[in-house]
Design a protein around this ligand. Structure first.
Ligand SMILES: [Zn+2]
Ligand SMILES: [Zn+2]
Ligand SMILES: [Zn+2]
Length: 209
């Protein structure tokens, strides 16, 4: 699909590796206000996917399609504004210099005696990868084939008590086809912008990376 076509050359690495550093998609229930990470059609103590959508396990509220897509969109926007804030930080962990200005000396840290290099705190590549992650959560094939980055590791305090059968996951992926497609469309809208920029920015800011 079109999201996959934007992916860089690293197609052989798993989502677990590719998305090791991403922020999770946090949803909040519009009815009981509980917040939980959404990780696709997977087992969770906080939500379940039903044949007709996403349900909060605490209060049994069924999310309307808009209640999911608008939260997804506002999450994407907050990542994009973080990126546009354009903060640079010194890579010397003992220095901690942070600035929004690129000095006339380019990438050198201007703190007295510091030999560190200033880098974008939130890089273009990071934002791009973050958007790919959000997109993956609503990728029907990835859901079906259980190729998503796991939200929980064995031993986590909120590791799901129940598990989901492979056959249920496959059925739910089909039953929620529209929900998945709508939300992938939301991500795609931002991703295609970002993909173009990713290519340009790479060459413009070569000296920064
Ligand atoms: Zn709820
Ligand atoms: Zn420094
Ligand atoms: Zn970008």
């Amino acid at each position: 699909n079109s999201i996959d076509s934007l992916q860089p050359l690293e197609t052989t690495i798993s989502d677990m590796e590719r998305f090791a550093e991403v922020a999770l998609l946090e949803l909040s229930c519009p009815n009981c206000n509980i917040e939980f990470p959404f990780g696709g059609i997977i087992a969770s103590n906080y939500y379940q996917m039903c044949y007709n959508g996403l349900q909060c396990k605490k209060c049994e509220h069924m999310f309307t399609p808009l209640q999911i897509s608008s939260q997804l969109e506002s999450c994407i926007r907050s990542h994009i504004s973080l990126y546009y804030a354009g903060w640079l930080t010194c890579d010397d962990s003992t220095c901690g210099n942070a600035t929004r200005q690129i000095s006339v000396f380019g990438k050198r840290c201007l703190n007295d005696g510091c030999t560190g290099v200033m880098r974008y705190r939130y890089s273009d590549k990071q934002l791009y990868n973050q958007l790919l992650y959000f997109g993956s959560l609503f990728d029907r094939e990835k859901n079906k084939n259980q190729e998503l980055k796991p939200l929980y590791l064995t031993g986590d305090s909120d590791f799901p008590k129940d598990s989901l059968k492979e056959s249920s996951i496959r059925a739910l992926s089909e039953q929620n086809r529209e929900l998945l497609e709508v939300n992938q469309g939301v991500v795609q809208k931002y991703l295609s912008d970002c993909g173009r920029r990713y290519v340009d920015m790479g060459s413009i800011f070569d000296f920064m990376v």
